[in-house]
Write a protein that binds this ligand. Structure first.
Ligand code: PLP
Length: 430
């Protein structure tokens, strides 16, 4: 552990007045031991905590900081926007520009609605699918995380599985019975589930590349096959691209794999670090949303001008510099290969899944293709590895079931430091 007396003091106080001392469970160090570190500032690839320690950053605020922290273009845009007040509760030019830009980057979207978080986006998208189809059931995949709305806290990944609550108390049996779950990357099981629930399924929601059981990549043609199954059975296909949107490609996983969903949910990067989410898709569906249609969904701060400004600035940079994606992928792959070489030298064969700027080191020698195989990881070893990395100034997500995120601010210098820390960490825990 780095020396963090101020963090410790803040955490002690926080625990008395905030549940677990954190405003989101994934920030707690419950799965890795020790106490969370309180951050004060960040620039580029580096985080600075309250005690003045510095860390190389591989969380990226769980995704948004794809161009590193405090990007000067985004910062300047926000500074200027703030002078015009922070919120109106009336429409603004920025919201129109934002919708236009997203639709340009994800051309399968006809209409889009801004919300304030990924959770709001996914819960609204299934409401649209249910309202449109008149059916109640949805299919989600084991280990995928779609935010904390009741319908999704069934076999949920990310913080839910990290805290040992993939099925949360407080979700009523009535809600739970309408959420069906299937294993990821298994078409036969999915087909069986659809047959067993014929004409009852409104929507299927999936992370096209999973980040929330750690990084898990779809088998070849898996997403294409899912698209066909949905078409054949009148099921609305929702890609939850809250994490992958604008991270894996300019047009998200949908562009990367060449599969178009009916609805898409977005978050994280589209807010540039501000609280933003969105859902959009075919106009036949989106025209059901209030006030044009009867499906109600609203938000006092939705499309907030400061948040729109940050998102627009970041997305604009990504759109105008598409080479960012191949550069990020090369960098991340270099890191992966370096880590694999070190493990080989040490006689270890843990699995690394990587695609674009997402990757996870799983402490298992099995291939990780779904929730079941992700759970074969040795969580005790992960916890030790996490602590050993942290002690060397590398800040990883404090859970085995999360993706690491690489930003453009990570250079060869940081990669060398990460690799050296990786070797030390593995040697110290074996
Ligand atoms: C983070 C995430 C969410 C939830 O977004 P919040 O903004 O935390 O509510 C939903 N789906 C996926 C795939 C995510 O990664």
């Amino acid at each position: 552990m780095p020396n963090t007396p101020i963090s410790q003091e803040l955490f002690a106080k926080a625990q008395t007045i905030i549940p677990g001392g954190v405003n989101s469970p994934v920030r707690a160090f419950k799965a890795v031991g020790g106490n969370p570190i309180f951050m004060k500032s960040a620039k580029g690839a580096y985080l600075h905590d309250e005690d003045g320690n510095q860390y190389i950053e591989l969380i990226n605020s769980w995704g948004p900081m794809i161009l590193g922290h405090a990007n000067p273009v985004v910062e300047e845009a926000v500074m200027n926007a703030i002078k015009n007040s922070f919120s109106f509760g009336a429409p603004t030019r920025k919201e129109v520009e934002m919708a236009e830009l997203i639709i340009e980057m994800m051309p399968f979207i006809d209409k889009i609605r801004m919300v304030n978080s990924g959770t709001e986006a996914t819960m609204s998208a299934i409401r649209v699918a249910r309202g449109f189809t008149g059916k109640d059931k949805i299919i989600k995949f084991e280990g995928c995380y779609h935010g904390h709305a009741d319908s999704f806290l069934i076999s949920a990944g990310s913080g839910a599985v990290t805290m040992g609550t993939p099925d949360s108390p407080g979700v009523t049996a009535g809600v739970a019975k309408d959420t069906l779950t299937a294993p990821y990357n298994n078409l036969q099981a999915l087909e069986n589930l659809i047959v067993a629930n014929e004409n009852k399924i409104a929507a299927m929601i999936i992370e096209p590349v999973v980040g929330n059981m750690g990084c898990v990549i779809p088998h070849e043609n898996y997403l294409q096959a899912i698209r066909k199954l949905c078409d054949k059975n009148g099921i609305i296909l929702i890609f939850d691209e809250v994490m992958t949107g604008f991270r894996l490609a300019k047009g998200g996983a949908s562009e990367l794999f060449g599969v178009k969903p009916d609805l898409v949910t977005l978050g994280k990067i589209i807010g540039g670090g501000m609280p933003v989410g969105a859902y959009g898709g075919k106009k036949e569906l989106m025209n059901w949303v209030s006030p044009v249609g009867k499906i109600y969904q609203a938000g006092t701060l939705s499309g907030n001008p400061i948040a729109m400004t940050a998102g627009l600035a970041l997305l604009g940079l990504l759109k105008n510099n598409p080479q960012i994606y191949s550069e990020l992928a090369q960098k991340t792959e270099k890191m992966k290969i370096g880590m694999q070489n070190i493990m080989q030298k040490l006689g270890l064969n843990y699995t690394i899944n990587q695609i674009g700027s997402m990757m996870t080191l799983f402490f298992t020698s099995s291939k990780v293709t779904n929730f079941e195989t992700a759970k074969t990881s040795d969580l005790g070893l992960f916890a030790k590895y996490f602590q050993a990395m942290l002690a060397q100034g590398i800040y990883l997500p404090p859970s085995q079931f999360e993706s690491w995120f690489v930003s453009t601010s990570i250079t060869d210098h940081e990669i060398e430091r990460i690799l050296a820390a990786h070797e030390n960490a593995l040697q110290s825990i074996l």
